[in-house]
Write a protein that binds this ligand. Structure first.
Ligand code: HEM
Ligand code: HEM
Length: 145
């Protein structure tokens, strides 16, 4: 496949990544307020949880979009996967995001483990996002004119 003809795909990847990182930061912020309200027993506004949940779903969809772009782009170009450590980074981020979303659905007053899992996975996700952005930025250089 012609290299420059592929550039548009990686531009979508780059912009989706910007949105993913924005969504992650919003999650950190809204999640911290949820946590603060719970530990200090302040009443939190009812929209806060809905906001945290909705932007979480948006983040999951963005990460799945990025996975799709990465898989289709790589197979379309090379015919096989595993071209660099970006593959490991990508799979790691997808897994962490899915575990985070799943653990969120398990959070309630009896399941303290779900809260702890949700927090631990999301802290790890910060590193994962840095790893995937860095390796993605490296591999995209090959496609630049
Ligand atoms: C993957 C998408 C995500 C979904 C669907 C989601 C959903 C949820 C839900 C349902 C809760 C429980 C709220 C409650 O107690 O009523 C929660 C709590 C929380 N989330 Fe998320 N979340 C996501 C991602 C994140 C991320 C990326 C972060 C941080 C970077 C985060 C940080 C928190 C924090 C700090 C809490 C409060 C836990 C506590 O009360 O101790 N979440 N989340
Ligand atoms: C959550 C974020 C991301 C995920 C889950 C993801 C996932 C993947 C996966 C699974 C592959 C196949 C890798 C292989 O088999 O070697 C791939 C390839 C690729 N991704 Fe990503 N990616 C993400 C972010 C990015 C970003 C931010 C960029 C940069 C704009 C990017 C650019 C690329 C490129 C250029 C390839 C082709 C691989 C190559 O030429 O070696 N990705 N991605």
């Amino acid at each position: 496949m012609n290299l420059p003809s592929f550039l548009w795909l990686w531009k979508i990847a780059a912009w989706s990544m910007v949105l993913t990182i924005l969504a992650y930061l919003l999650q950190c912020l809204s999640g911290s307020i949820v946590w603060y309200a719970r530990t200090t027993r302040i009443r939190r506004p009812s929209w806060l949880r809905t906001f945290h949940y909705t932007s979480g779903i948006v983040m999951v969809l963005l990460v799945l979009l990025l996975l799709g772009i990465g898989l289709i782009g790589t197979i379309g170009h090379y015919g096989s996967l595993g071209q660099s450590s970006h593959l490991v980074a990508g799979i790691l981020v997808v897994l962490l995001t899915l575990v985070s979303a799943w653990s969120a659905t398990q959070i309630n007053s009896r399941n303290m483990w779900a809260r702890n899992l949700h927090l631990t996975v999301n802290i790890l996700l910060c590193g994962g996002l840095i790893f995937v952005s860095f390796t993605g930025w490296q591999v995209v250089q090959k496609y630049l004119p």
